[in-house]
Ligand binder design. Structure first.
Ligand code: ZN
Length: 646
């Protein structure tokens, strides 16, 4: 929709509304349309006003209050607490955060409140403060990462500059297209013939879109750390959008760097991806500092990113450029992970980028979506795409895992499970919960021992609880129906500071320790490894992918003596006498069978497949099989190769 169409639409909307609605203007807000009013309470009292307009004009309409009329946040906070106290909440339980870009106040309460009460309270808050309230529930406390996000969104509270960010993005999305969208092309900038630093540039003659912008933490040289955007003749502000598939650092890690170098456009992601990505980016800076290296970007750049984030729900079709529509759908990999579907309007071309995806059920998530009506080009990951990457089914894998854990605990040993903080950690806690609390068969039942969790796992757990809607139905109802759940159970002991690690290491009883990082590239897991490796009663159990050149991979491949460098530069040699085990079946990636199954589901739609995000031999092998088996052109996408899509 062009500017002149917006003006026409504005006039029509204004005509439909009464004077009492006090609408001041209608503008773009990113890809949606915002109706600004001095009296948001009028619309909140009668929600049909907006929904009828949205249906009539087939647009996503958002209600916003005029920044001038909003009460200062500090004063509004007291007023809101006053209103909520009347519904029975104590002051200390009510957590309030302001988003001055959207004029929203997010209120976190420790208990779920009925819809009709929420409606009344929202109207009253709007009447008195002119802020529009959104309610969320929290367990125990609101995670720190949310506080960091809100502090980036607060600005001066009533600052007009803040909401200009989103209207500028809208102006750009809905600009008059100057070029026909021909010459659709993709360039691999990272995550091609490797795992790490995923980044792909999608271009038409009208627009440019970046898919993911990750970091390769296990790079041999620092120059291989980042996607090769430097090799292109690209001005960052010529990008129409950055689209993030999921929070893991190998996809999200360097997005703040784009803002550091002046990019001021939008970055699209799902709702849970924002806090998870910020959590991992903050930790990435922290770990880099601790290892004595200079950081690539600062907290300031993360804040700039947060201000430009537009969150979308699954299956919500959104304009991101004059000729491109984006739709996210469930990727089944981690909380909020998305497959990216791009519909190029003119010429009607469709690209599906899987990101990391699991075409199979896990304890936490539903299998990745495979219902698409149009996909001509598929860009697919292949982490477990090798000839031998046929994984055991989940049930079998869980039972074998439990038997091994049980054995270690029975010989009075400790089980160390290195895991990424987001995704696999929650999956493993859920597996443990089932075999500690619910299992009845003696051979699989894991004794109830302390389960220590370290390095941001607890923070990531809390984010999962805020976004239960993104988890599968079984786990959702488990969390909603009882207080005890896989993240909140007596045996879990979160380690909150380094000095507490001794408690876990010296626990006189057998215990299980889950700690980051998953590939032993730094993080607290190193401390545990140092202290537990000498004792053959202990075991280290890998449950996630171990990339080439990582310490994890070396140990899996049988190295028995490793040198570790301390924070103060001293070298310690550690002998690995502990048992080393590896279970691939818990992966959040599709195995070879699932990858081929996914291609098979889409094959009647596809014209070609590009394979990315895997080791060279696996990518070649998988491409070969797809070409042969489905008679479908499949090839690796190569570094800095540009392929034209037809
Ligand atoms: Zn991932």
């Amino acid at each position: 929709m062009s500017k002149s169409e917006l003006t026409k639409l504005s006039l029509e909307i204004l005509e439909k509304l009464s004077q009492a609605s006090e609408v001041t203007r209608i503008t773009y807000e990113g890809p949606a349309i915002a109706i600004y009013t001095k009296s948001p309470e009028v619309f909140l009292t009668d929600p049909t006003l907006i929904s009828e307009l949205a249906t009539r004009f087939k647009k996503r309409l958002l209600l916003r209050s005029e920044p001038d009329v909003r009460i200062e946040p500090e004063i509004a906070r007291d007023m809101i607490i006053g209103i909520l106290k009347e519904t029975g909440f104590k002051e200390a339980e009510i957590k309030i955060f302001f988003d001055s870009i959207r004029g929203e106040v997010h209120i976190y309460l420790p208990r779920y409140v009925k819809g009709d009460i929420i409606k009344q309270v929202t109207i009253e808050i709007a009447k008195k403060t002119k802020w529009i309230a959104r309610f969320k529930t929290y367990h125990r406390e609101v995670p720190q990462v949310f506080k960091d996000i809100y502090s980036a969104l607060l600005f001066g509270g009533r600052d007009k500059i803040s909401q200009r960010i989103l209207s500028n993005i809208g102006d750009r999305i809905f600009r008059q297209a100057l070029n026909p969208s021909k010459d659709i092309r993709i360039t691999g900038l990272g995550g091609v013939e490797e795992v790490g630093r995923s980044a792909f540039l999608v271009e038409t003659s009208e627009s440019k879109i970046l898919l993911d912008f990750g970091v390769k933490v296990n790079a041999n040289k620092r120059s291989d750390f980042a996607p090769r955007i430097d090799a292109l003749d690209l001005i960052l502000n010529d990008l129409d959008a950055v689209i993030l598939s999921h929070a893991h650092l190998d996809h999200s890690g360097l997005i703040p760097l784009l803002y550091k170098y002046g990019y001021r456009g939008p970055v699209y992601m799902t709702e849970p991806t924002l806090p998870l990505a910020v959590l991992l980016q903050e930790d990435f800076i922290d770990i880099t500092r601790k290892s004595g290296l200079s950081t690539l970007y600062s907290e300031h750049d993360i804040k700039e990113m947060i201000r430009h984030v537009i969150t979308l729900k699954y299956n919500q079709v959104t304009d991101v450029a004059p000729d491109i529509k984006l739709t996210f759908s469930n990727a089944g990999h981690i909380l909020g992970s998305a497959m990216v579907h791009l519909h190029i309007v003119e010429g009607v071309y469709n690209i599906l980028y899987t990101g990391d995806f699991k075409f199979g059920q896990t304890r936490l998530l539903d299998a990745a979506n495979a219902n698409f009506t149009r996909v001509e080009t598929l860009i697919m990951e292949s982490t477990y795409g090798g000839r031998n990457d046929i994984l055991r089914n989940r049930k079998e894998e869980e039972m074998l895992f439990c038997k091994e854990v049980k054995k270690v605990l029975e010989r009075k040993g400790k089980v160390l499970i290195p895991t990424p903080a987001v995704g696999r950690a929650q999956e493993m806690l859920t597996v443990l919960y089932n075999y500690i609390k619910k299992e009845e068969r003696e051979e699989y039942k894991i004794p109830e021992v302390n389960v220590y969790i370290d390095g941001m796992i607890e923070d990531a757990n809390k984010v999962h609880i805020v976004y239960l809607d993104y988890l599968n139905i079984r786990i959702k109802s488990l969390f909603r129906e009882t207080d005890e759940n896989p993240f909140n159970v007596d045996y879990i002991v979160p380690i909150s500071k380094p000095s507490d690690r001794d408690e876990a290491i010296n626990d006189p009883d057998p215990a299980i320790i889950l700690s980051t990082s998953g590939m032993l590239q730094g993080g607290p897991v190193i401390e545990y490894l140092k202290n537990l490796a000498h004792d053959p009663r202990n075991a280290i159990i890998f449950v996630s992918y171990q990339a080439e050149n990582t310490l994890g991979r070396r140990i899996v491949e049988g190295e028995k003596s490793i040198d570790l460098i301390d924070e103060d530069g001293r070298i310690t040699t550690v002998n690995i006498n502990m048992e080393v085990l590896k279970f691939d079946g818990f992966t959040g990636h599709s195995d070879r069978r699932q990858l081929l199954g996914f291609v098979s589901r889409l094959k009647h739609l596809l014209k070609q497949v590009y394979i990315v995000h895997g080791e060279v031999s696996k990518i070649r092998n998988l491409s070969g099989t797809i070409t042969q088996f489905f008679e479908l052109p499949a090839a690796p996408l190569k570094m800095l190769d540009t392929v034209y899509l037809r």
